[in-house]
Design a protein around this ligand. Sequence first.
Ligand code: HEM
Ligand SMILES: *[C@@H]1O[C@H](CO)[C@@H](O)[C@H](O)[C@H]1NC(C)=O
Ligand SMILES: *[C@@H]1O[C@H](CO)[C@@H](O)[C@H](O)[C@H]1NC(C)=O
Ligand SMILES: *[C@@H]1O[C@H](CO)[C@@H](O)[C@H](O)[C@H]1NC(C)=O
Length: 328
Amino acid sequence: MSFSSPLLVFWISLVLLCQGSQAQLSSTYYDSTCSNVSAIVSNVIQQAQQSDTRIVASLTRLFFHDCFVNGCDGSVLLDNSYSIASEKDALPNNNSLRGFDVVDNIKSAVEDICPGVVSCADILALAAERSVYLAGGPSWEVLLGRRDGTTANPVGATNNLPSPFDDYSTLQSKFSALGLDNTNLATLSGAHTFGRAQCKVFFSRLYNFSGSGYSDPSLSSSYLAYLKQSCPQNGDMTVLNNLDTTTADTFDNSYYTNLQNNEGLLQSDQTLLSASEASIASTVNSYATYQNMFFANFAQSMINMGNIDPLTGTDGEIRTNCRRVNGS
Ligand code: HEM
Ligand SMILES: *[C@@H]1O[C@H](CO)[C@@H](O)[C@H](O)[C@H]1NC(C)=O
Ligand SMILES: *[C@@H]1O[C@H](CO)[C@@H](O)[C@H](O)[C@H]1NC(C)=O
Ligand SMILES: *[C@@H]1O[C@H](CO)[C@@H](O)[C@H](O)[C@H]1NC(C)=O
């Protein structure tokens, strides 16, 4: 096999480019320009949490849906306008993503103290870390210095984001396309230790799995009965269910013990344990036993996810309003 040299130059440049942009993110990025940003983010989230326990899950998911589409550039926050086709309307996001109002509140609290300095993309990264921590999970040093994109990518949102109906190899390829490996996949899926899912995203598992006319055989019978009550046939497909049936609002490792008990809510969850790959099953089993191992790997995987194609230097902008490109 031989590479033509322009292709080789292209790959080498790409590698250097990726390393270059990652190297510019830093945990001390705002130390001299907005040293209190993390405390402000934490404060607003804690206030929101008082009336909405679910908000910490929703904010964690927002960061994921941002990073998987055009990189971590705040594109998921842009509303429809004459120049923007919003990602919010894309299939995985419509009537599903939430927390945008809390992001607005964080942004305005930050703008009050240090105007024009902190990007919306970084606010999502900080909010995800504080959310996980406030729900009982690990904390970590968030890498910062991302700038905000000026475009959105609804087609990317539809195509790049994993679907709850994806099988293991599809999930694997969607993650690896962004430089995330199988361990990152098994680890980041552990975010389903908190938050909710609508009946429509797992309904077929209850009544007609893969068109078989039967339920998914990988569901425990007691959990199946429980879910059928919550999501009856011809019922309301938007009814909310806990992703973690054991400790709904706590960030812990019970997502993995649930999988061991055949009580993963989404097909994409349970498939981690039924996947033919032994190494993934063994990761799941380790996390189920050692919560500290899950926590340490989760923190690292969130940092890895946060490194997906950030805009740095003079690329992009610092949005004034997270919903709009500046000057529009
Ligand atoms: C591995 C592939 C994944 C799939 C197929 C997937 C799919 C889903 C689906 C279908 C929902 C429920 C949406 C609804 O019913 O409206 C959901 C919720 C959620 N997802 Fe994922 N997800 C994946 C990975 C992740 C990752 C990597 C994270 C974060 C690191 C994450 C965090 C969450 C959270 C926290 C919720 C609950 C949100 C809330 O209550 O507002 N997910 N996910
Ligand atoms: C930082 O922000 C927090 C939360 O808003 C506030 O309680 C604290 O007084 C601030 N500290 C400084 C040094 O501004
Ligand atoms: C998004 O959901 C709304 C209902 O809330 C619906 O009217 C609209 O057609 C959906 N958008 C897309 C692009 O499917
Ligand atoms: C189950 O799904 C298959 C394929 O989508 C469909 O042909 C069949 O009618 C469905 N059965 C029931 C009972 O809904």
